[in-house]
Design a protein around this ligand. Structure first.
Ligand SMILES: Nc1ncnc2c1ncn2[C@@H]1O[C@H](COP(=O)(O)OP(=O)(O)OP(=O)(O)O)[C@@H](O)[C@H]1O
Ligand SMILES: [Mg+2]
Length: 542
């Protein structure tokens, strides 16, 4: 059990959550939802014991597995496999066994080899008695289901992409919480912050099944309504405008119905009260005209105001960013050409000989399975990384806008304001201020370091800086990750009406539909094809 008592949570001077008690018990599968920036990540971090509440305290009565929204840093020299196995303390044993095994096969001196054999035997016995074999195969099964290939598992954490690192962390947590093999603790409470962000459709389906069967307690933050619908039996709705968290002890579908009913009731009550109050005010105005009735009139007016104040706060309508990508700067017929691009990491060849030409205003989707090199291709096109062979030929008037999946275009130590100034030095200050406002940044947030923004806010800032640049070729890597549904709709609308060229990488079929692409590039072969609806299935698989 985890209990957070009398919690108050703040971000700067803003109160995110006031005087709230939260409890997570065995069998709870809680969906924590709310708008971008509402404080979901902050709440989970505090429950995990990795953040301090402003007031109140958190108690842990059982083991927990916490997946933060941003990849952890930690020791980057350990291999991904060791990282996963370390969850049950098996990493050291497996590594020592591997060392002894190498020694057995390589040593020529008989005495030394015998020693290695003995050593291996002892280690193996211990491993086996700890249930290591079953545990190791369980770890392998979980990794495979999360799309982590063996070659990735052999790599040191430091060489993995942010998305791969998060998947390793997720595998580690689920491994610790899974029953199969010795050492797992199925009463572990899982605290997962947007676990599906870097997963493909197969992995998401598998994860849903895993979470649905998990009995130890779970809080999951997700914008994936299918996952919520299938997995959760309780909903916590965090409302930033009121600083309150509403508990709904029911399934996702019942929660949606209940909220709709709730909102209807509040609207009706407000309308009624407003009608009565306005009648009272009219009366008061009439009375007030006579000097002798002035006091009675004032009382009447006060009563009317009280009536309105007593109402439940009607929820402020969800504010949404009004986003429009700018008119692209003029350019030649083919602003961007790439010839014979190849890229390898060490001995691992990602792709070879990819040619492509991006015409003015053309819309292209890049498809390929996990690890096929979609992000790498965008990084080469954006000049973030050199190709091994081949090169990029900028056309006349090319202006690139690059949206990075991991927000690495943002300077995390600099403020929101300095970030956008730096990325668009030619745009006037007032124009930039208006732009940030339309992306829902408040005046106070302009001086906040970008690293402290919520996931969705970082996405909004990165998109805002694209918008300020009048780019005519946008390279977009998973632009809808992290966004709440209302903000996602806005981004998709903006994408839909953009006149410039777009090269899009995404797992989100809605994003592809909004783009209406003409062409698709299939990685790792670099084959080009006309877009057709059959490719839509592949988008989710990719
Ligand atoms: N040091 C800080 N100063 C001011 N505001 C901060 C600071 N750190 C965080 N915040 C703000 O706290 C709010 C809550 O952030 P949090 O990451 O908890 O949101 P979230 O609900 O998880 O959002 P998302 O859905 O985008 O992930 C955000 O508006 C964020 O900008
Ligand atoms: Mg968050």
């Amino acid at each position: 059990m985890i209990t957070g008592s009398n919690l108050e949570l703040r971000a700067g001077s803003r109160i995110l959550l006031a005087d709230t008690t939260l409890r997570i018990q065995q069998g709870d599968r809680i969906g924590l939802v709310g708008r971008n920036g509402a404080g979901k990540t902050t709440t989970l971090k505090v429950l995990a014991g990795e953040g301090e509440p402003y007031t109140g305290e958190v108690r842990h009565g059982s083991d927990l597995g916490y997946l933060p929204q941003d990849p952890r840093e930690g020791d980057l020299s350990v291999s991904a496999k060791d990282r996963v196995l370390s969850a049950r303390g098996l990493d050291v044993l497996v590594r020592d066994m591997e060392k002894a095994q190498t020694a057995m096969s390589e040593l020529v001196d008989d005495a030394a080899r015998d020693k290695a054999i003995n050593r291996y035997g002892r280690l193996e016995e211990r491993f086996s008695s700890l249930g290591g074999y079953a545990a190791e195969s369980e770890a392998a099964r979980i990794c495979a289901n999360l799309g982590l290939a063996d070659r990735v598992l052999a790599q040191p954490m430091g060489t993995l992409s942010g998305g791969q690192r998060r998947r390793v962390e997720l595998a580690r947590i689920l491994f610790a919480a899974s029953e199969a093999g010795a050492g797992g603790k199925s009463d572990t409470i899982l605290l997962l912050d947007e676990p599906t962000n870097h997963l493909d459709a197969d992995s998401i389906t598998w994860l849903r099944g895993f979470l649905k069967a998990h009995e130890g307690g779970l809080v999951v933050i997700s914008h994936d309504v299918e996952l919520l619908g299938e997995v959760v039996n309780k909903v916590w709705f965090l409302d930033a405008t009121r600083g309150e968290l509403d508990h709904y002890n029911m399934s996702w579908q019942r929660y949606l119905d209940a909220r709709a009913t709730d909102e209807k009731r509040r609207r009706r009550e407000r309308a009624n009260a407003e009608k009565k109050a306005s009648a009272l005010h009219q009366q008061a105005a009439k009375l007030g005209a006579k000097a002798t009735k002035a006091v009675a009139a004032k009382n009447m007016a006060r009563r009317a105001d009280q009536m309105l104040a007593d109402l439940d706060d009607t929820r402020q309508a969800d504010r949404v960013a009004k986003i429009k990508f700018p008119a692209p700067a003029p350019c030649g017929k083919t602003p961007l050409t790439a010839e014979g691009l190849s890229k390898s990491y060490g001995s691992l060849e990602i792709f070879t000989g990819v040619d492509l030409a991006i015409d003015r205003g053309s819309k292209v989707v890049v498809l390929g399975l996990n690890g096929a090199g979609k992000t790498t291709l965008l990084r080469l096109l954006g000049g973030m990384e050199p190709a091994d062979t081949g090169g990029i030929v900028p056309g006349h008037g090319l202006r690139l806008g690059y949206y990075a999946q991991e927000h690495e275009t943002l300077d995390h130590d600099a403020t929101v304001w300095d970030n956008i100034r730096h990325l668009s030095p030619d745009t006037g200050a007032q124009e930039l201020r208006n732009l940030l406002g339309s992306f829902l940044f408040t005046g106070e947030q302009l001086s906040q370091p970008a690293g402290t923004l919520s996931g969705g806010e970082k996405t909004r800032l990165a998109l805002a800086s694209l918008v300020s640049s009048a780019a005519n070729v946008l390279l977009l890597d998973e632009p809808t990750n992290n966004l709440d549904p209302a903000s996602r709709e806005q981004v998709l609308d903006a994408l839909h009406s953009f006149d410039g060229a777009v090269v899009l990488v995404t797992h989100d079929p809605g994003a592809v539909e909004a783009l209406e692409p003409e062409r698709v590039i299939l990685l790792p072969d670099g084959t080009e094809d006309h877009w057709s609806a059959e490719y839509l299935d592949l988008v989710q698989l990719a």
